[in-house]
Design a protein around this ligand. Structure first.
Ligand SMILES: Cc1cc2nc3c(=O)[nH]c(=O)nc-3n(C[C@H](O)[C@H](O)[C@H](O)COP(=O)(O)OP(=O)(O)OC[C@H]3O[C@@H](n4cnc5c(N)ncnc54)[C@H](O)[C@@H]3O)c2cc1C
Length: 399
């Protein structure tokens, strides 16, 4: 414990000395953070410097081994870094599927060559990754995927279509599931492949959403040649890798939506919103039903954050994310949708603006965030699928 407190003091001193003053208290771009990649657009030179400085220290991926660009910290030590960043109101220098999904998967299943090639570039924010799982005929039933990869010498030739590929148009590489054995049982004919999006034959088409944003794309592969060294694990053994990655993805989603419980002394964002829109002159909210709903949502958020924390502690003991991540994914996303519904109900007509002078910018952002939240219970596997996983693999119930 004393060691951790020494580390805390060192981390705080280093961060104060190295973090550009202009980025404290910001999320760097909108509210999303820096995703890196060859096409990255930094909101300021300081944001770029912040990423470079943190990457040089290994603190974009603090727990990854040093030889792959991390800092080799234990989970407890990494938590100290996170806590100090939060305390000093410094944003994470880098976010994205490289750090949260493919990186941990390569650490578990990748060859030494794959780790050395890809992990340092993820840590430095040089390469941005996207996820090629879903297809027009394969979403919940992911194993039905039909993108073919045919062996040709020391290459696989990939042809097919992925859909809902988040940020494919801004990414450099894609981790994709492809069918390499069309005759085997469907889960046993799938290979997990790393594909450079700059390869001839890859094309992407953005899909426009109700919120006005285009966060995802259709991704096409037309005879794309991929070296065999880009197979993760073995040919036709991709289903195991795919499921492990989904565990990381669901933990990440639960973290994003479930880690932000109202903190002691900070008050509730929902209560503040209610005071603003339906409070009396003293800021009191008269409607007992609304008060009850706000209290329930805040309590549920707090309980979830504590449960996620308990699971993180189990991970420190070497436990990898398993089917229980479905519980967090389900609860966190359903709760996030409920909170957004409540926000819109509180704001009334002011929460339904799209554009125009009658709405403040935070009101317009609230509308868009509400619409975006509708996808939370679908992305990373729908709520119904999470309930199926919980029933079968956590509770052991029969089909
Ligand atoms: C915001 C967002 C981002 C995404 N990003 C990506 C990405 O980057 N990469 C990627 O590969 N995919 C991505 N997806 C796709 C996502 O993984 C799929 O949409 C999801 O798995 C559901 O598949 P589907 O859309 O084909 O729906 P379907 O599988 O057709 O499901 C339709 C409905 O039927 C229900 N259903 C289906 N099967 C069952 C069953 N067995 N039991 C009970 N109910 C069932 C579902 O719950 C759902 O309500 C994203 C989706 C969203 C919304």
């Amino acid at each position: 414990m004393a060691d951790l407190e020494t580390l805390r003091a060192e981390v705080a001193t280093w961060l104060r000395a190295n973090a550009p003053a202009s980025i404290a208290g910001t999320m760097l771009t909108n509210d999303e953070g820096i995703w890196g990649g060859r096409k990255a657009v930094f909101p300021s030179l300081d944001a770029k410097r912040w990423l470079e400085t943190m990457a040089a220290r290994g603190w974009t991926a603090p727990t990854w081994p040093r030889e792959y660009g991390g800092a080799g910290l234990s989970p407890d030590e990494a938590k100290v870094v996170q806590q100090e960043l939060a305390r000093l109101r410094l944003p994470p220098p880098l976010v994205g599927f490289g750090l949260t999904m493919i990186g941990p998967t390569l650490l578990q299943f990748g060859t030494e060559e794959q780790r050395r090639e890809h992990l340092p570039k993820i840590c430095r924010g040089e390469i941005r990754w996207c996820q090629g799982y879903s297809e027009p005929g394969a979403g919940s039933d992911l194993a039905a995927l039909d993108t073919r990869a045919v062996l040709d010498g020391d290459h696989l030739v990939v042809t097919g279509q992925k859909v809902w590929t988040s940020y494919a148009d801004e990414s450099d590489w894609i981790f994709a599931l492809v069918r390499t054995d069309p005759i085997a049982k469907k889960q046993e004919g799938i290979t997990f492949l790393l594909i450079d999006m700059a390869s001839p034959g890859v094309s992407v088409r953005p899909i426009r959403l109700i919120s006005g944003a285009s966060p995802f794309c259709e991704t096409y592969f037309d005879g794309v040649r991929v070296p065999l060294r880009n197979v993760v694990s073995k040919m036709n053994a991709g289903w195991t890798v795919a499921k492990a990655l989904l565990g990381h993805e669901r933990s990440m989603i639960a973290d994003v939506f479930g880690g932000g419980a109202p903190r002691k002394g900070k008050g509730s964002a929902l209560a503040a919103l209610a005071r603003r829109y339906v409070g009396d002159e003293n800021g009191r909210v008269g409607d007992p039903v609304l008060r009850d709903q706000i209290a329930q949502a805040d309590l549920d958020t707090k309980c979830l954050a504590l449960t996620v924390q308990r699971s993180r502690d189990a991970m420190k003991a070497g436990h990898r994310p398993g089917p229980e991540t479905s519980m967090f994914k389900y609860t966190a996303t359903e709760l996030n949708e409920r909170r957004h519904e409540l926000m819109i109900r509180i704001a009334g007509p002011q929460g339904l603006g799209w554009e125009g002078e009658g709405f403040a910018s935070d009101e317009l952002a609230m509308t868009r965030a509400w619409l975006r939240s509708r996808g939370n219970s679908i992305e990373g596997g729908t709520s119904e699928i999470q309930l199926n996983v919980i029933a079968k693999r956590v509770l052991g119930l029969p089909d």
